[in-house]
Design a protein around this ligand. Structure first.
Ligand code: NAD
Ligand code: IPM
Ligand code: MN
Length: 353
């Protein structure tokens, strides 16, 4: 297993360090894992002047899987867009054709009271958000800020081809088939043509998945339903921008954004794995960030890129035990629990592994 480690910026190095300990533990056990660090995002801008430098492009091409912390931070906000750390992340997703983003929203029963929602609303929650990751308004042309008739206009293009929609729809139908057989497609077809095509193509794709129950929901309603009655959902499939927003919202159902891992896959299950959260500049360098989303991303890597189900389950069980024993970083802390730092959470996971 050739794994590239891209710590990135902000809390990235703190959380990836804990996930790396899990990988090193597997190496000690005899797993054939090679770890190669690389630069992506703001740290790459600092070192090489660009967010996705050639050395990282080579590293990404050679690796079987990549683990990312997070990129970005206020220090880089004044850079031209193509030099922004986030552009590095968008470029690596595009370069590796990582169009299928899996964001499982699963509540550990131990965290039922950590959510800001009532425990009965979230207990037993298990949703999979399938987000299209290489298209939509994120990548559409034309885009820009231009002066026309004496004032500035900002514009982006929301665009999907039918083949882009169909391939993510197939991924989502197949995921639903492996789960509870229900797929809800999220769009805004009442207003946006791009998402009318989305709905049409999803319906056409459904013909070869008669065993999956397909429903559709407008994105504004979906945002509301996620907090009203999230357990109505099994698999949700949506475009790049709606998926970005809905997954941050859904993360709070599980107690914290610091709990949600993700996998971004190409057609051959080569993948980039990362927590769904960002570089959290407000808590960087304090050793208080929750590393569990990143550690759980390693579990997803073992499962999806390496078919090492046993290793994935062992990581997930260790996390579950750590929570059962009351270990809590600040973001999921409740009275009566043991408040721990980032590194202490790593210690706890390692000890249960
Ligand atoms: P964020 O996700 O970084 O932080 C939002 C809030 O959640 C903050 O209060 C933060 O402290 C908290 N939080 C996030 N992760 C946490 C963790 N592991 N443990 C405890 N608390 C955690 O979002 P933001 O503040 O909007 O963005 C900050 C920077 O990160 C921006 O530059 C943004 O572009 C970037 N970003 C990067 C990624 C990525 O690399 N995949 C994702 C989202 C945002
Ligand atoms: C995410 C992030 C990224 C996105 C940004 C940092 C480019 O928010 O991974 O969810 O919008 O996809
Ligand atoms: Mn996001």
């Amino acid at each position: 297993m050739k794994i590239a480690l891209l710590a990135g910026d902000g809390i990235g190095s703190e959380i990836v360090a804990q996930a790396e300990r899990v990988l090193r533990f597997f190496i000690e056990e005899g797993q054939k894992i090679e770890i190669e660090p690389g630069l992506l995002g703001g740290c790459a801008v600092d070192a090489c002047g660009e967010p996705f430098p050639p050395a990282t492009q080579q590293l990404a091409a050679d690796a079987d899987a990549l683990l990312l912390g997070a990129v970005g931070g206020p220090r880089y906000d004044l850079l031209p867009r193509e030099k922004r750390p986030e552009q590095g992340l968008l470029s690596i997703r595009k370069a590796l054709n990582l169009f299928a983003n899996f964001r499982p929203v699963m509540l550990f029963p131990e965290l039922a009271n950590a959510s800001t929602l009532k425990a009965e609303v979230v207990s037993g929650l298990d949703i999979l958000i399938v987000r299209e990751l290489t298209g939509d308004i994120y990548f559409g042309q034309p885009r820009g800020i231009e002066i026309r008739e004496g004032q500035r206009f900002g514009f982006n293009t929301m665009i999907y081809s039918e083949s882009e929609i169909a391939r993510i729809a197939h991924v989502a139908f197949q995921a639903a088939r492996r789960r509870n057989g229900r797929l809800c497609s999220i769009d805004k077809m009442n207003v946006l043509e791009c998402t009318q095509l989305w709905r049409d193509v999803v319906i056409e794709t459904a013909e070869i998945y008669p065993d999956v129950t397909l429903s559709h929901m407008l994105v504004d309603n979906a945002a509301m339903q996620l907090v009203r009655d999230p357990k109505q959902f099994d698999v949700m499939v949506t475009g790049n921008i709606f998926g970005d927003i809905l997954s941050d919202e859904a993360s709070m159902l599980t107690g914290s954004i610091g709990m949600l891992p993700s996998a971004s896959l190409d057609e051959n299950n080569k993948g980039l794995y990362e927590p769904i959260h960002g570089s959290a500049p407000d808590i960087a360098d304090k050793n208080i960030a929750n590393p569990l989303a990143t550690i759980l991303s390693v579990a997803m890597m073992m499962r999806y890129s390496f078919s090492e189900e046993q290793l994935a389950v062992r990581i997930e069980r260790a996390v579950r035990q750590v929570l059962a024993e009351g270990y809590r970083t600040a973001d999921i802390f409740e009275t009566g629990m043991r408040k721990v730092s980032t590194t202490e959470m790593g210690d706890a996971v390692l000890s249960y592994l």
